[in-house]
Each structure stands twice: as C-alpha cells, then as structure tokens.
Design a protein around this ligand. Structure first.
Ligand code: AMP
Length: 189
C-alpha cells in the first residue's frame, strides 16, 4: 500500500498516520517530523527549514522534494509507505509522480481528513499548550491555514480527478476517525 494522508494543519494527520502505519506495517513519512528532527539536530537542512516553518510558510519545493526523494529510496519504503504532509504543492505532486514512475510504482489511495476551521484553531491552540511547537502561535497558525488554502487545498481536486481521493471526517474522537479510515482502506471488512 502506497498512500497519501492530506488535510489542513490540526486535522489529526500525524496521529492517524501513526495508527495506520503501525497496523499496516508500512513506513510513515512525515515531512514535518523530518524537518523538526533536522531543526533539533541543527543540520544545514534544519537551519534552512526553520526560517520558513517558524513563519508558517512552506519550505521551498526543491529542498522538500530532495528530502522526500532520499527518504523514498530507503529500503523500508519498498513494501509500502504513507506520506503525511507531502505533497503540498502542485510542483511536489509532479515531482512525486516522477519519483514513483522511476521506481515503476504508483499511489494506491489518498485520504483527506476534513475538519471545520473553528475546530482546527481550537486543536492547534491546545497543541501549542501541550507540545510548545514554535509554529503553533495564533499568528503563525493563521498564516499556515492561508498557505494551506492557497497551495494545498487545490490538490484534492487533482487527486479526485485521478479517482484516488476519499474524504474522511476528522471530527470526533481519535478512535472514531480511525474507524472511518479503516472502512476506506478495508472496504470488505
Ligand atoms: P507539519 O508538521 O506537517 O504541519 O509541517 C510543519 C511545517 O513543515 C510546515 O508548516 C512547513 O513549514 C514544513 N513542511 C512540512 N511538509 C512540507 C511540504 N510538503 N512542503 C513544504 N513545507 C513543508
């Protein structure tokens, strides 16, 4: 299974992606987590990415695509993976298409977790208090939602036109959302 998990900041992508990947035994590739790990380690990539992340902007496509290309070449991705937070721009979709076609594989499913805006802001403010993420301040949250609407929301119609997209409501408890995703991934169970 090769899949993409999409959705606005605060939709619960990371939480649901962890659950799906441990039950399906596939690699969880979160570009946000890889950037944060690089920031913590103080790598050149982390220093570059931090400037954008702290402002709520996307890290430039060239940097992000190269990082994903390296990650997808690792052996644990051979049997399947879930991309969490990538692709986020039309250019990233094109790059991902060419990375996968070079390997002779393709995406099997795209799940978009949908959550209404009031709920998102509440969740992100709570996450800021719980985890202290530098990009969870109110001003940066607002910018991240704008960037998502401008650059990433259009990707859903693109994947829908390929017949790959299923939207899943992200409202309610974590377990409720997981149950909805499970139905999409195992329609016969
Ligand atoms: P996330 O944890 O997925 O919300 O990502 C946190 C931040 O990392 C984002 O606000 C961006 O600054 C950066 N980031 C993560 N994924 C991407 C991506 N696919 N393209 C560009 N920037 C990204």
């Amino acid at each position: 299974m090769r899949m993409i998990m999409m959705g606005p900041p605060g939709a619960g992508k990371g939480t649901q992606a962890d659950i799906v990947c441990s039950s399906m035994l596939i690699a969880h590739i979160s570009t946000g987590d890889i950037f944060r790990a690089n920031v913590t380690q103080g790598t050149a990539l982390g220093i570059e990415a931090k400037r954008y992340m702290d402002a709520g902007e996307y890290v430039p496509d060239g940097v992000t695509n190269a990082m994903v290309r390296d990650r997808l070449a690792q052996s644990d991705c051979a049997t399947g993976f879930l991309l969490d937070g990538y692709p986020r721009t039309i250019e990233q979709v094109g790059e991902l298409d060419s990375m996968l076609s070079a390997q002779g594989v393709s995406i099997d499913a795209v799940i978009e977790i949908t959550v209404d805006v009031d709920e998102i802001v509440q969740r992100l403010v709570k996450r800021a208090a719980d985890q202290g993420r530098a990009d969870d301040t109110e001003e940066v949250i607002r910018r991240r939602l704008e960037v998502f609407a401008e650059q990433t929301a259009p990707l859903t119609s693109l994947y829908a036109s390929r017949g790959l997209l299923t939207q899943v409501s992200g409202m309610g408890d974590i377990a409720d959302v997981t149950a909805r995703i499970r139905v999409v991934l195992n329609p016969d169970s």
